[in-house]
Design a protein around this ligand. Structure first.
Ligand code: SAM
Length: 281
């Protein structure tokens, strides 16, 4: 066995929860090529030695960025956003006080939280009538920097973004597209590592944690799902990716409504409607 690659896999698992099996060796080599060159390191053994000397510094952050997958696009998979618009928001509209706490928990370069923000604005859930707290987080500083800037190239912009929303919420700046200030101001970006969440202090009405659990092994998925469930407000909902499920991992989470991908806490969903406890009729 290649001990340097083994050590690197252990580093990624310990620091980011990401599982890189031996079948991903090609990916490690190709993604680290530029990192090695930029750091003036001869090979992966030298990189591992540098990480062993300092596993929290900028080099460690660069390696985590290089070995995590940041694929994302606007309104990814469409269906979760449709469910939010047609099934969840009609229930939430009636709630008092008019306040929503939302967390996009592995937001990559921002398309997911900005999609949520645009949807809420289009549906009329915006200040001053509504207080929307939209936290977006990721482990990777590189994608967070782009997300905070809210600037996208033409190719990125096109992926999944309806023309009407482009016209309403983006303006061209040279070859780039800048997200509208009103949408940007709805989102607060923060660096959060899902496998190192502390005690649950804040809770959320909606958590999007989509297309990241697939990179974790089952014990890590178990840990993260339990941590997310503890952060659901009463009646709160968790949106997962199409290949992700709490089944067999977190019994406290059960499917919400008819379609797949949306989960609520068992105690709440069993009371007919997950959002019912919040409603003031
Ligand atoms: C494939 S993207 C998914 C982005 C978005 N949720 C979506 O569905 O389009 C996965 C994101 O998870 C982030 N990630 C990986 N491990 C993480 C961890 N331990 N904590 C927080 N974010 C993590 C990556 O940096 C990456 O941006």
């Amino acid at each position: 066995m290649d001990t340097a690659l083994h050590a690197l896999r252990q580093f990624m698992h310990a620091r980011a929860g990401v599982q890189l099996g031996p079948d991903k060796d090609y990916l490690i080599h190709s993604r680290l090529h530029a990192v090695l060159q930029a750091a003036g390191l001869a090979d992966i053994s030298a990189l591992v030695q540098a990480l062993q000397a300092n596993d929290r510094g900028p080099l460690a952050q660069t390696v985590i960025s290089a070995l995590t997958t940041h694929e994302t696009y606007w309104f990814r998979d469409r269906r979760p956003f449709e469910r939010l618009r047609t099934e969840v928001l009609p229930l939430w509209r009636k709630r008092m006080p008019r306040e929503l706490r939302i967390w996009s928990a592995a937001c990559s370069s921002g398309q997911e939280p900005y999609s949520i923000a645009m949807l809420l604005r289009d549906e009329g859930l915006q200040a001053p009538d509504w207080q929307i707290h939209l936290l977006a987080s990721d482990i990777c500083e590189t994608v967070l920097t782009q997300a905070r800037a809210g600037r996208y190239g033409a190719f990125e912009l096109e992926r999944g973004l309806p023309e009407g929303l482009r016209q309403r919420y983006f303006r061209a700046e040279g070859a780039q597209w800048q997200v509208d200030a009103a949408v940007a101001s709805m989102v607060r970006f923060q660096s959060i590592n899902l496998v190192q969440l502390g005690a649950a202090t804040d809770t959320y009405d909606l958590i999007f944690c989509r297309n990241v659990l697939i990179y974790f092994d089952r014990p890590t998925q178990y840990k993260v799902l339990h941590a997310l469930q503890q952060r659901l407000a009463p009646g709160g909902l968790l949106f997962l990716g199409p290949s992700e499920s709490p089944l067999g991992l977190c019994d406290a989470l059960v499917p919400w409504g008819e379609g797949s991908g949306v989960y609520g806490s068992r105690a709440m969903v069993n009371r007919r409607s997950a959002t019912e406890p919040h409603l003031q009729t």
